[in-house]
Design a protein around this ligand. Structure first.
Ligand code: CUA
Length: 348
């Protein structure tokens, strides 16, 4: 204990503390660090379990706060007892170790058992109350390494890495994996659910209000697990119906020679071996459907924002941007690349 002092556990140390003020400085440091940390908890959040936008997420957030408060209280009591044990003045002939078995049994066995049983019952209650609704509109979500295929079986709409839903209405998700186990987690809306290779899991999500909610694969699924994001876009009911009607239409035929050249490049360089574009004869399902790629929020499942530059860079060398993904680099002359990017951007 000789080398221990308050300044050794402070986060910020601008200059050596005067001996008699060390404790005060340490307290100030903790306060400052605490303000910085908790300032991240305010406002609207794109991906946060503590900013629920659905009744299910609300229940989970409440469970989290109850656990946090109970555990914080226990932590403070335990630390208080620790300090009491260290600093309380001791009588020279106090009771020998083992004289307080009752305290150890009560504090170390009975109390944890009561608290953990309470947590177990509460969390099971939350899980049971979140059963999926069989009647709602179905969307099929398939997890691939490392992206999401999103299919609306009734309307035939297919997209990738984003799920459009009507705000205020429950939708039913049928979830399956094409390769390894993935897990869908949209913290603002719900808890996690696994996508398994040979079994369809059923889930539901809803959003109380329109907005964009970011989700993330929550099961380690290989090299680019961390770059397997998904966006849930909740639209007002009428906008959602308009979106769906528009997505049912195949994209317009290329309107000018540049776009026609881009479409020819799509087939000449073999993009159609992996991707589908409705109405063009490209029907492969190895990679994401590109029918409306021009209006996607992101490229590479949340890796990049979707712009002319990032799309060109992605086609040219996706392995630099997301190493290990299944798309090879496509080497093509600059004018073909420009035309191809212009064509894909026109697919709104
Ligand atoms: Cu898919 Cu992690």
């Amino acid at each position: 204990m000789k080398n221990w002092n308050w300044s050794s556990i402070s986060f910020i140390r601008l200059k050596p503390f005067p001996e008699n003020h060390k404790m005060r400085y340490a307290a100030l440091n903790y306060l400052f660090a605490g303000v910085l940390i908790f300032s991240g908890c305010t406002g609207e959040r794109l991906q946060s379990a503590l900013h629920p936008a659905a009744p299910e997420a609300q229940q989970i957030a409440r469970l989290w706060w109850v656990m946090f408060c109970v555990c914080s209280f226990i932590f403070v009591v335990v630390i208080g007892l620790l300090f009491w044990g260290i600093f309380a003045p001791r009588k020279p002939q106090s009771s020998p170790p083992g004289g307080s078995t009752g305290f150890v049994v009560a504090g170390g066995i009975i109390m944890p058992a009561i608290v953990l049983t309470g947590f177990l019952i509460y969390s099971l209650k939350v899980v049971v109350s979140q059963r999926p609704d069989q009647a709602a509109e179905t969307i099929r979500v398939t997890g691939f390494q490392w992206w999401w295929d999103v299919h609306y079986p009734v309307s035939g709409v297919r997209t990738a890495n984003e799920i459009y839903i009507p705000a205020g209405r429950k939708v039913r998700l049928e979830l399956i994996a094409a390769d390894v186990v993935h897990s869908l987690w949209i913290p603002n809306l719900h808890g996690k659910i696994d996508l398994l290779p040979e079994k369809t899991n059923v889930w539901h999500i809803r959003a109380d209000r329109p907005g964009i909610y970011r989700g993330q694969c929550a099961e380690f699924c290989g090299l680019q697990h961390a770059l397997m994001a998904i966006y849930v876009v909740a639209l007002p009911e009428d906008q959602y119906e308009r979106w769906k009607a528009q997505r049912q239409e195949p994209p317009l035929t290329p309107a000018n020679s540049e776009l026609q050249k881009g479409q020819r490049a799509f087939f000449a360089y073999g993009c159609n071996n992996c991707h589908a574009i409705r109405g063009t004869g490209a029907t492969a399902r190895v990679g994401p459907d590109l029918t409306h790629i021009g209006s996607r929020l992101s490229l590479g499942a949340g890796t990049l924002t979707n712009t002319v530059g990032t799309l060109g860079g992605w086609i040219g060398n996706p392995q630099v941007l997301k190493p290990g993904n299944h798309m090879p680099a496509t080497l093509l002359p600059p004018d073909d690349l420009h035309a191809l990017v212009a064509y894909l951007r026109s697919l709104e």
